[in-house]
Write a protein that binds this ligand. Structure first.
Ligand SMILES: Nc1ncnc2c1ncn2[C@@H]1O[C@H](COP(=O)(O)OP(=O)(O)O)[C@@H](O)[C@H]1O
Ligand SMILES: [Mg+2]
Length: 327
């Protein structure tokens, strides 16, 4: 049996009168138990469809979905209820019952599962503590901040002790500081209860803060994936560039260059020796244990071809805006 989430050849086609929509076009993905995996991609890439297939809210057109070794896609009604209890869901919109307290909201799934009242109270107290809301169980949603409501949402998702936590844009409605706190909470929950986490997001900053590994979804396909450290080391790829962004400069004569930080000294010596090249902006970051440097370089237009060749010769991974290479 394989713990975690395993998707194999997952396809989902929505038949529409104007023509079929291929939302997922052959997804293969393995998220081991206890990992935090990010799925990023633009609107319409298929992220929500993927989540709905994992929870069996949507039946795949073909392919398989395994959660802790159990086939979600083929589960009958009875099995489905059991499998779904192993999956906790967190959404952008928390959707709490306004007329119930935080504690009652968290207890709701336990009530549905017919957990006895005494055990329910005990579990709710544990969960409030886990999400940093000890003592706030009596508050109503209207008395809680956006971040606190999401904490209640996370506690509710964890109530039945799921082995998988699916988060669809969990922080998209929150400000930057609250987002960081909620992401820290998700990581803390993973560390303490060992849950496997799938985070769907359109924000690279979420991946940077919390994910161990990431997949980039584009028109229903995974076009890049891997552990964060590996992905950022693939200089010039879309994920590497978006995970380690450079300050904005508006100069069409610039090129971008990436390098392993161990080579910083050589890189700067080499750049110093190339005519017509100057550093316009730069950043050095550690992500997933890998240190990557990126530079934006001003290149004199008349020296361009020679300068690019010399930079590449020096071991830099050089990215030129489309259409400018030949200039
Ligand atoms: N219930 C549906 N019926 C028809 N088309 C759908 C349905 N849900 C999603 N789609 C289409 O499938 C594609 C992927 O959508 P979705 O999974 O919501 O992407 P994302 O969450 O990345 O924005 C889009 O083209 C969308 O219009
Ligand atoms: Mg979506």
């Amino acid at each position: 049996m394989t713990d975690g989430i395993v998707l194999t050849g997952l396809r989902k086609v929505y038949p529409l009168r104007g023509g079929d929509v291929v939302a997922l076009d052959g997804i293969d993905l393995r998220v081991p138990r206890g990992a935090i995996h990010g799925i990023v991609g633009e609107s319409g890439a298929g992220k929500s469809t993927l989540v709905r297939c994992v929870t069996a809210l949507e039946r795949p057109t073909s392919g398989t979905v395994l959660v802790d070794g159990e086939a979600v896609d083929a589960a009958g009604e009875r099995d489905l209820r059991r499998v779904r209890r192993r999956i906790g869901m967190v959404f952008q919109q928390v959707n709490l019952f306004d007329a119930r307290t935080a504690a009652e909201n968290i207890a709701y799934p336990l009530r549905i599962a017919k957990v006895p009242a005494a055990r329910r109270r005990e579990r709710v107290a544990e969960l409030l503590d886990l999400v940093g809301l000890a003592g706030r169980g009596g508050s109503y949603p209207a008395q809680l901040s956006g971040g606190q409501k999401q904490r209640v949402g996370i506690a509710r998702a964890l109530a039945a002790d799921p082995s998988v936590l699916l988060c669809d844009e969990p922080t998209s409605a929150l400000d930057a500081a609250t987002t960081r706190q909620i992401l820290a909470l998700i990581r803390d929950v993973r560390d303490r209860v060992g849950v496997t986490v799938l985070i769907i997001t359109h924000e690279m900053s979420v991946v940077r803060e919390v994910c161990d590994s990431v997949s980039l979804l584009d028109r229903g396909r995974i076009v890049e994936h891997g552990p964060i450290g590996e992905v950022v080391g693939r200089h010039g790829t879309r994920l590497a560039r978006e995970l380690i962004p450079l300050p904005v400069t508006a100069d069409s004569t610039t090129v971008e260059a990436a390098f392993a930080v161990e080579h910083t000294g050589e890189v700067f010596r080499a750049i110093g020796g190339i005519d017509g090249v100057a550093v316009a902006a730069g950043t050095v970051e550690t992500l997933g244990g890998v240190r990557v440097g990126r530079l934006r370089l001003d290149v004199a237009p008349d020296r361009r071809a020679a300068a690019l060749a010399a930079l590449r010769q020096a071991g830099l991974h050089v990215t030129v805006a489309p259409g400018e290479e030949a200039a």
